[in-house]
Design a protein around this ligand. Structure first.
Ligand code: GRF
Length: 186
């Protein structure tokens, strides 16, 4: 059975959707560890489901931080960035070609890059009067949100949308997209 490392920085709703999909036999995988780069609510999903949880300290020397990531990522077949806000250094990426994937709440290459996360993405979509938006699962390369696209899902932008309403409507679509993408990869 394929093993997953899931990396988080926030609420962990994406993590929870993966846990639920596995428990409901919709995803034949095992989450062997959850890694966070800051103290965050998502840790409770790991605790509640007795999944080993590792909290990284971002203030340590970069080389040491990278080595910790490398040591952790070696423990699983796949690494899933599920709302993980740290940019992963090239020295880590090159150890794991085509093994680290990310979910991003836009139709990449649109609205990706440094600082483009969460509601900032949806605000930019609204500011630019886009007719559609969506989510992308992609391999992680040494750029930010630039890796090879694995899967995308598109939704219409409504005339009365707000960043919050887009986020709410997109969340289950993102989660399903990620589950299906992992299922196809493993
Ligand atoms: C989602 O928008 C996902 O695309 C992004 O992080 C958000 C989910 O955060 N990368 P969380 O799973 O609730 O912590």
């Amino acid at each position: 059975m394929s093993s997953l490392t899931v990396c988080i920085s926030g609420k962990g709703s994406t993590l929870l959707s993966l846990i639920n999909a596995i428990n409901q036999n919709q995803l034949p995988a095992k989450i062997c560890q959850v890694v966070a780069d800051r103290d965050c609510l998502g840790k409770f999903h790991a605790f509640n489901h007795t999944i080993p949880f590792y909290l990284l300290d971002r203030s340590i020397q970069k080389d040491k931080f990278n080595q910790q990531l490398i040591n952790l990522f070696k423990q699983s077949d796949w690494v899933v960035l599920a709302g993980f806000l740290s940019v992963i250094d090239e020295t880590v990426i090159k150890e794991f070609p085509n093994k680290i994937i990310n979910i991003h709440p836009s139709l990449l290459p649109k609205y990706g890059g440094i600082g483009m996360y969460g509601q900032k993405v949806h605000q930019a979509v609204l500011t630019n009067k886009e007719k559609t938006t969506g989510a992308t699962v992609h391999f992680v390369d040494s750029g930010v949100d630039t890796g090879k696209i694995i899967a995308q899902a598109e939704i219409p932008v409504m005339h009365d949308d707000t960043p919050q309403s887009i986020q709410q409507r997109l969340a289950p679509i993102e989660q399903n997209l990620l589950i299906e993408a992992i299922k196809n990869l493993i």
